[in-house]
Ligand binder design. Structure first.
Ligand SMILES: [Zn+2]
Length: 256
């Protein structure tokens, strides 16, 4: 979720190729039997992401993770798995599906709030949970837990003098919710309605949504190629409810 809209269009343009990036092969068992693979180089991973349509300037490698489009985080391990899958070539015998949250977790995704989260953000977090819980026709559910041990997703404060308001992990290849949501304290004084939008957006990443709903829209006849008021657009807006396509996408991803 970003504050300025400088990269808004490029975010939309590259969505078409997101499907592949965030798809998975059920090749885990196969991979486990493989001999130690050659390590995937950073350059290889960058090339892979660039081939998926991402702007190289918005691919940032950190120690054990990569940050794409400012606020979407995936682990290096997951990225290496995707690169390895792509090297294996197309395999018509295996179905590919998006990394989303499995039924073991998606009806009650448990968030833990680290100490030190300002009251305004706690309000936004509770509001975002209420937003997602209010979507009709889906099995999706979320709640707050008071112990880190029982949580799926940890929420904590960070600070960077940058334009990301908050950032979140996508679900991993283990089909668990994204492991953390980090909030940038630089935006502690942003309007409450924008904070609510931002956290609702990040929780969308936590359950597997990318920027805009085009990925899912392709499954629906008559779906627009962009949805300017969607909560999953990358630029913050005042919260004004989910769009009808946000709701439809959620119902498709997490049917009742
Ligand atoms: Zn985002």
């Amino acid at each position: 979720m970003k504050h300025s809209n400088g990269f808004y269009m490029s975010a939309i343009v590259c969505i078409a190729s997101l499907t592949l990036l965030f798809s998975s092969c059920s090749k885990k068992d196969q991979a486990l039997n493989d001999p130690t693979p050659a390590p995937t180089t950073v350059e290889e991973m960058k090339n892979y992401l660039a081939n998926q349509g991402f702007d190289r300037e918005h691919i940032v490698f950190e120690k054990d993770r990569v940050i794409i489009e400012d606020d979407i985080i995936i682990t290096i391990a997951d990225l290496q798995q995707r690169v390895a899958d792509s090297k294996a070539g197309p395999n018509t015998e295996q179905r590919r599906g998006t990394y989303i949250v499995s039924n073991a977790y998606n009806s009650d995704i448990k968030f833990y709030l680290e100490p030190g989260i300002p009251a305004v953000w706690q309000t936004a977090i509770r509001g975002a949970i209420a937003n997602w819980n209010a979507v009709n026709g889906t099995r999706l559910g979320m709640s707050i837990v008071t112990s880190a041990a029982s949580a799926n997703t940890r929420i904590f404060m960070g600070y960077e003098n940058a334009n990301w308001i908050a950032r979140a992990y996508l679900p991993g290849s283990d089909s668990r919710p994204g492991v953390t949501v980090e909030i940038n304290s630089k935006y502690n004084t942003m309007s409450a309605t924008q904070q609510l939008f931002a956290i609702t957006h990040e929780f969308g990443h936590t359950i597997g949504f990318h920027h805009t709903n085009q990925t899912f829209g392709t499954l629906i006849p008559g779906t627009p190629t962009s949805d300017p008021n969607s909560v999953m657009n990358s630029t913050v807006l005042p919260w004004n409810g989910f769009t009808s396509w946000d709701v439809r996408a959620t119902q498709i991803l997490y049917p009742q």
